[in-house]
Design a protein. Structure first.
Length: 151
């Protein structure tokens, strides 16, 4: 598997995965902005033999490392690929002191993954998503030296 920067050429495949996974998917315009304009953004892809199997949008803004979007293609979920990808993503934190993300309160699989990496729920955002679902805001405080997770 290989991690590389997302480009505009990847967006058709990314959008297919995005629409398969999320009930409230990001728009093409949102992904285009991340790929072409966001100075704080790091749009990433996870590939296996040329096939996009995951992607992430992360932002490094001052001391915050924000995971704005994280997805693994449905047929690759439950195979520890998300664990490996998230570990690689977190290693890009630079000098950030903490990571933040929002996750649907009903997304037990994702919450479990984030908790495995030391993320803790710090607050809830009621009706955060278009369908009225609550988001959990999860935070991970980084120690001075990067740590790996037991796989």
């Amino acid at each position: 598997m290989q991690i590389r920067r997302m480009t505009e050429k990847d967006l058709d495949q990314v959008l297919i995965i995005e629409q398969q996974i999320f009930p409230d998917p990001w728009s093409r315009k949102s992904f285009e902005y991340e790929v072409t304009q966001n100075a704080f953004g790091i749009p990433l892809l996870l590939e296996k033999a040329g096939d996009i199997i995951g992607y992430a949008i992360v932002w490094r803004v001052y001391e915050e490392f924000h995971i704005a979007n994280f997805a693994i293609k449905p047929e690759y979920q439950g195979k520890k690929i998300g664990t490996q990808f998230l570990e690689s993503i977190l290693s890009l934190r630079g000098s950030c002191k903490f990571a933040l993300l929002e996750v649907r309160e009903s997304n037990d699989r994702a919450i479990g993954l984030y908790e495995k990496f030391g993320f803790k729920t710090i607050l809830k955002r009621p009706r955060y998503y278009r369908n009225g679902e609550t988001a959990l805001v999860m935070q991970k405080i980084f120690s001075e030296t990067p740590q790996t997770v037991n796989k």
